[in-house]
Design a protein around this ligand. Structure first.
Ligand SMILES: Nc1ncnc2c1ncn2[C@@H]1O[C@H](COP(=O)(O)OP(=O)(O)OP(=O)(O)O)[C@@H](O)[C@H]1O
Length: 235
């Protein structure tokens, strides 16, 4: 990692509450451009809240957040491919209709790329969302996001519900694709073991704040694996 790399995301002492519940507390971190960064931490750590703010879907109560050089809002969010957790697609749509719909609504949607991804994720044009398994729907949502040619991808638990072997295959395909497109990618996941090879940085969160962040290679050299780091921090 180049130490002079530009930052795609800068968070400086962010806080965010839901009513009396403090979800993010004095959180600071950076994400360099063209990195693939994991956001890891136990349930309730604040990962989804942080990602929602980065995507411009929620505003921090305090602190400064800069994404792609500006304060995130709905307009800036058009340059961010955001996959929320618990994402669902219209049940009556087929894969083909979902792609058409996404193409009309989302900036930078690359149809050719979408069909390559559908093909490699085992999705056929006529498959209807209402008849899909949870894992098939998760693949559809992931493919729709990955087909966007935008500078930043924010994927909140994209592998949830996808079986282990498919996950490993998808991760292999993603490594090549991200390297080629020079996008910045932020991914939260609980599936650390199967996905760890994807990441070149990791941010560990607990109780609304960052407890450790760094280059994956260095963390692996020092502690064996990101999974090991996770166990040491939260085990
Ligand atoms: N809409 C909401 N209203 C009230 N509290 C919320 C809301 N969303 C999140 N919270 C609370 O904020 C905290 C952080 O939640 P968040 O969903 O960001 O965590 P997470 O790290 O993504 O968790 P998980 O790994 O379980 O998905 C939790 O204590 C949660 O209960």
């Amino acid at each position: 990692m180049n130490v002079t790399a530009n930052m795609a995301i800068r968070a400086d002492r962010l806080s965010k509450s839901y009513g009396k519940k403090l979800a993010i507390e004095c959180l600071s971190m950076t994400v360099p451009e063209h990195s693939i960064t994991a956001v890891l931490g136990p349930n309730g750590a604040g990962k989804s809240t942080l990602m929602r703010m980065i995507a411009g879907q929620a505003a921090p109560d305090e602190g400064i957040l800069t994404v792609l050089g500006r304060t995130p809002d709905r307009e800036a969010g058009r340059r961010v491919a955001y996959l929320p957790d618990r994402a669902r697609w219209y049940p009556h749509h087929t894969v083909e209709q979902a792609a058409e719909w996404f193409g009309k609504l989302q900036e930078g949607f690359d149809r050719e790329r979408a069909w390559e991804l559908f093909d490699s994720f085992g999705l056929e044009a006529e498959m209807k969302v209402s008849g899909m398994s949870r894992g098939q729907e998760a693949r559809l949502m992931l493919a729709l996001c990955l087909a966007r040619d935008v500078p930043l991808l924010v994927l909140d638990e994209p592998f949830s519900g996808i079986d282990m072997i498919s996950r490993e295959k998808i991760v292999g395909a993603l490594i090549d694709s991200f390297a080629e497109r020079m996008q910045t990618v932020l991914i939260s996941t609980h599936e650390i073991a199967e996905t760890e090879s994807l990441f070149d940085r990791a941010i560990f969160m607990d109780r609304g704040t960052v407890v450790l962040e760094g280059e994956a290679e260095r963390l692996r050299a020092e502690r064996g694996s990101l999974q090991q780091v996770y166990r040491q921090l939260f085990g």
